[in-house]
Design a protein. Structure first.
Lengths: 95, 95
DNA sequence: CACGCGAGCGGTATTAGTATTGGGGCATGG
DNA sequence: CCATGCCCCAATACTAATACCGCTCGCGTG
């Protein structure tokens, strides 16, 4: 076995990370945040949509930095997903 | 070119991350930490040696968690490398 | 002393997956 | 209209993660 395919759990974890980042981005545009973070808008979009379940470490760091988000809070929000998202951000998410 | 090769800066950044993780591991063995973090010892060793300059986000998270290291302090230590390592850890490193 | 042992290192090989560019498509609002 | 913002698809270069091999070095033990 060389490199095992990602499990379902790992993919779901990636989706939670994406949702957390999208919620933090709120009303700013993908292009805005991506260029400021030094990555391509397509990559950010894929991360937010969970299409990149295990993004590179420094990529996540750069995005979180632009969003003014501490990595520790970001991780804390991953465990319990939606339950931890404030009502206001939920509305933003559903828009 | 679809995906440009990593720059020298990015590789050096990976080496700093590796050194920081190794310093945090201190006296514990690679195998011990790696298995506890759920990754292969080979991978952890390569990350510590800078051979994996941009490791996956959750891989770094798992290792930092096992080492009891906050991601925020880990990142803070990356900027200025050795100057920020306390004397005690430097001695450990040189051993 | 010689021996093995634990720990780590470098090389190579393999597959899964990331990051990126560029294309097109569909709304919404100035 | 046309810009903005988001989405999907395809192709491609490069990397992550894993595994196996042999090698080295320090340490304690017989």
């Amino acid at each position: 076995m060389v490199r095992v395919p990602l499990t379902l759990d790992e993919r779901e974890r990636g989706e939670r990370l994406g949702r957390a980042l999208r919620a933090a981005r709120a009303r700013r545009s993908i292009v805005d945040v991506a260029t400021q973070a030094g990555i391509s808008p397509e990559t950010l979009r894929k991360i937010e949509r969970g299409r990149i379940p295990t993004p590179a470490f420094f990529t996540v760091v750069a995005v979180a930095d632009v969003l003014g988000l501490s990595l520790d809070e970001l991780l804390a929000g991953l465990a319990t997903d939606t339950e931890r998202i404030p009502a206001g951000d939920l509305a933003t998410l559903a828009r």
